[in-house]
Design a protein around this ligand. Structure first.
Ligand code: 0WD
Length: 256
């Protein structure tokens, strides 16, 4: 059994109990970890506090951190440093694109929409890694969530696919920079899961249906399955792995 009871992890991107970030939180929590949650905007604070209160450990911290705001990132990590000192990992589960740009043709992407998707969904990982660097323990592990639409064309994923391609490349460059500190950086490429963010993507139900028909496992994956893969990547069990994109998608990406 993986025991993380002497470790502390930051979970970024819980919006509600369906969030993949919450699946990761539950898996890490079952392994005994202490958790720190960050949320974007006051509207989510109550949700995150209520969810955190359901965990067995009562020492979770809940802090604001809108990743488009450098001061908010700096303040969040300063507070984390003061309250816990060192951290053993970060789960970055954050993405955003304008709704009218994740349907139809990619060609219609606006400059502002392109930059917004890159800013929140890709650059934020780099900003967070930089802010966290001074407090990352030897052996710490950073993970992010990506999607197949960054590797190849997936209908309607559009500007978000381009942001995921940028995120995937960032994982490799960050892994190279932080490897000398003994810190690993990896991505989980999750199959489609019904969440708030997924609802915004055009034709999501068809994507899910195709996965259930075509994936080698003939079903979709769950937040719990992504959570357990995250637990592996966060634990010393995966100590030889960095710069990797691990597909937790029932094998769907292998089907032509
Ligand atoms: O099928 C899926 N659901 C998949 C999701 C398949 C493969 C990958 N992913 C990725 C997403 O692209 C994202 O990177 O998983 C990550 C988590 O997404 P989720 O769990 O599917 O969706 P959700 O529960 O909506 O969480 C995404 C959260 C935001 O939620 P809302 O609904 O409020 O947009 O990203 C956070 C926010 O909590 N977020 C931000 N956090 C900090 N600063 C910001 C921001 N500016 N914007 C959004």
């Amino acid at each position: 059994k993986i025991d993380l009871s002497d470790r502390t992890y930051i979970i970024m991107g819980v919006a509600n109990k369906r969030s993949i970030a919450w699946g990761i939180a539950e898996s890490l929590s079952k392994a005994g970890a202490r958790l720190i949650f960050t949320y974007a905007g006051e509207r989510l604070e109550k949700n995150v506090r209520e969810l955190a209160a359901t965990l067995e450990r009562k020492d979770a911290l809940v802090l604001p951190c809108d990743v488009t705001n450098d001061e908010e990132i700096a303040a969040a990590f300063q507070q984390i440093k003061e309250e816990v000192g060192t951290i053993d990992g970060i789960a970055h589960c954050i993405a955003f694109a304008n709704r009218d740009e994740i349907i139809g043709e990619y060609l219609n992407t606006t400059r502002d929409g392109f930059l917004l998707a890159q800013n929140i969904s890709a650059y934020s990982l780099t900003a967070v890694a930089k802010a966290a660097r001074p407090m990352l323990a030897e052996g710490a592990s950073i993970i992010t969530l990506t999607y197949l639409g960054g590797e190849r064309v997936v209908k309607n994923y559009n500007v978000m696919g381009v942001a995921k391609a940028s995120l995937d490349a960032s994982v490799k460059y960050l892994a190279n920079d932080l490897g000398k500190d003994g810190v690993r950086v990896n991505a989980i490429s999750a199959g489609p899961i019904r969440t708030l963010a997924a609802k915004g993507i055009g034709g999501f139900n068809e994507v899910l249906k195709e996965m259930e028909e075509k994936a080698p496992l003939k079903r979709s994956v769950t937040q719990e399955e992504v959570g357990d893969a995250a637990l592996f990547l966060m634990s010393p069990m995966s100590r030889g792995i960095t710069g990797e994109i691990l597909h937790v998608d029932g094998g769907y990406n292998t089907i032509g």
